[in-house]
Write a protein that binds this ligand. Structure first.
Ligand code: FES
Length: 259
């Protein structure tokens, strides 16, 4: 027979249409060993409070929708075991669950992801290809294994926003480009099918950009896929500085030429 413990979950609640302020509700439920935080939330929703809101989809650490703050740390609810979390409780057998940080709660644990999605658009977060005529009509564009290795780990990003949640710069500058978008820019810039790398570097080096990063390493530390985000930041920072210097040199040359 599986071991069962009675565990309390202190969950962030907020319905902007009904509540003046956010608050926490505590639910006491029996939990078998092997149950994840997401399954525990499902239990609460199905058996105690059907109004409780949170996002989830794959239940397998793939879609990135269930990131939340569990006992103060950003994690995926579907890959975090309840019993493992007990060692991180401040109060015995009491697990606290809050939304990811640096986002606005729309309802309970569901946050507004629009600002991050808008940044994807602002910073060209996709492969932008200007295909040579001779390539048109081809159905396959092969990437060599050597090339893929340079951005293999960056493609593991599931856009769960854990890195955004823990980025201290985002605390006071919501317009900061963010680690997730920088990682995306790195992944696109390393792709040989892309032709927008210079434009992208200029975009992320602009105001609220990559040069504001103080390299605290939090993004790499909290990444649920263990992606070395800080390496991508370093790479693009060097590119940004190079491009800025080239721009300055060209300006100096122009000055010399003009009378
Ligand atoms: Fe998809 Fe957790 S539900 S990552």
């Amino acid at each position: 027979m599986k071991e069962v413990k009675v565990i309390s979950f202190k969950v962030f609640r907020y319905n902007p249409q009904a509540d003046a302020h956010p608050y926490h509700d505590t639910f006491e439920i029996p939990v078998e060993k092997g149950i994840t935080i997401l399954r525990a939330l499902d239990y609460i929703k199905q058996n105690i409070d059907p109004r409780m809101s949170y996002r989830s989809f794959c239940h397998a650490g793939i879609c990135g929708s269930c990131a939340m703050t569990i006992n103060g740390a950003t994690k995926l609810a579907c890959t975090t075991q309840v019993w493992d979390e007990l060692k991180n409780c401040v109060e015995e057998n009491l697990i606290t669950i809050d939304p990811i940080k640096n986002f606005t709660s729309l309802k309970d644990l569901v946050v507004d992801m629009d600002p991050l999605v808008e940044k994807l658009e602002k910073y060209t977060g996709w492969v932008e290809s200007t295909m040579p005529d001779k390539e048109l009509g081809k159905t396959e564009f092969r990437i060599s294994p050597e090339e893929f290795k340079t951005y293999d780990s960056a493609t593991d990003c599931i856009f769960c926003a854990s890195c955004v949640s823990d980025c201290p710069l985002m605390n006071y500058d919501k317009d900061y480009v963010s680690p997730a978008i920088i990682l995306r820019a790195y992944r696109m810039n390393m792709d040989s099918r892309d032709s927008a790398s210079e434009k992208r570097v200029l975009q992320i080096a602009d105001e609220h950009g990559i040069l504001d990063c103080r390299q605290c390493n939090r993004c790499s530390f909290v990444c649920v896929k263990k992606i070395p985000i800080v390496d991508a930041i370093n790479h693009l920072k060097q590119e940004a500085v190079k491009q800025k210097n080239q721009g300055l040199n060209m300006l100096e040359e122009k000055k010399k030429i003009s009378p």
